[in-house]
Design a protein around this ligand. Structure first.
Ligand SMILES: [Zn+2]
Length: 303
């Protein structure tokens, strides 16, 4: 049976009297006029100065990439944020895939890459998850080591090496701290005091103001896009991680071809909204492979 729509009574506002109109038009003293304004501007300036000082005072050296970065949260905070955001990320892509066998394959290949590469000394507790989503072709990394691949992308892969290529790319996003860099930028541009929020977050008091801010931050993390530079760095360093773990880095090129082919389908993969066009990345990946193996890729690597 069709449910009847409840009748809504719209309250018609009382006709504004002359007195009310004047009250509305008259500037309120103490709130927006006079000294209050100066104080507010002062506070705003102080906050802007604080945001700028905390951003530019936060330069840290990343020994893995050899770069100086602006990062405002600690490694422990990155890990905590990633763990807190992981269920929301999984939820957006149909939860975890129900097959324990496939889940195990993703985990084994991921841990193999971590154990045998620069990622092993990074201090991040990596976890690899297969998501149940069979329609969205994508893979993601949250700060701190939570890595995801959708079933739609997994099913398109043909070799172990190709899976290693996808996961190696995502591992670089974590160890190069691309997520933490984006958080620092968010803090600068939106005045989000993320580091303070996380530092004062009390999980036993979930109704606090900070919880709302952490929820906001988690929402932004889950939908986070990395810059083009970050993506190309993940491809380049990903090639090295693959080779260190015994995988043929040419499989990364094959992944790009698979993604390119997937883009001609009826439903363009969301991968393209979060990653640069794969055909543009192939040339740079091939250059990274030649730089790593000037005499050609060894024959004994896993395809
Ligand atoms: Zn990426």
């Amino acid at each position: 049976m069709r449910r009847q729509r409840p009748v809504r009574y719209i309250r018609v506002p009382a006709r504004p009297t002359r007195q009310r109109v004047q009250q509305r038009l008259r500037p309120r003293r103490g709130r927006s006029g006079g000294g209050g304004g100066c104080l507010r501007i002062g506070i705003a300036l102080a906050m802007a100065a604080f945001a700028l000082i905390s951003f530019f005072g936060s330069q840290v050296y990343n020994p893995i990439t050899g770069e100086d970065q602006y990062i405002t949260i600690s490694q422990d905070q990155e890990i905590a944020l990633g763990l807190q955001s992981a269920p929301e990320m999984a939820h957006q892509f149909g939860g975890l895939d129900p097959s324990p066998e496939l889940q195990e394959i993703v985990d084994i290949v991921g841990q193999e890459l971590v154990r045998n590469s620069i990622a092993s000394g990074s201090g991040y507790p990596f976890e690899f998850h297969l998501l149940a989503d069979t329609r969205t072709v994508n893979a993601f990394a949250l700060p701190g080591g939570q890595i995801f691949i959708t079933r739609a992308l997994f099913d398109r892969l043909e070799t172990e090496g190709q899976l290693a290529g996808v996961l190696a790319h995502e591992i670089v996003h974590v160890i190069a701290r691309h997520g933490a860099e984006r958080i620092a930028e968010l803090q600068l541009t939106e005045g989000l005091t993320g580091a303070v929020v996380i530092a004062t977050y009390d999980p036993d008091n979930p109704n606090s103001q900070t919880t709302a801010q952490v929820a906001l931050l988690i929402g932004q993390l889950v939908n986070m896009k990395f810059g083009r530079e970050d993506e190309l760095q993940s491809d380049g360093l990903g090639v090295q991680i693959m080779a260190d773990a015994g995988y043929d880095p040419n499989a990364m090129v094959e992944v790009m071809r698979i993604l390119d082919a997937a883009s001609s389908g009826a439903r363009p993969p969301e991968f393209f909204s979060t990653h640069p066009n794969p055909s543009n990345r192939i040339g740079l990946i091939q250059e990274a492979i030649v730089a790593l193996f000037p005499n050609g890729v060894p024959a004994d690597l896993i395809p």
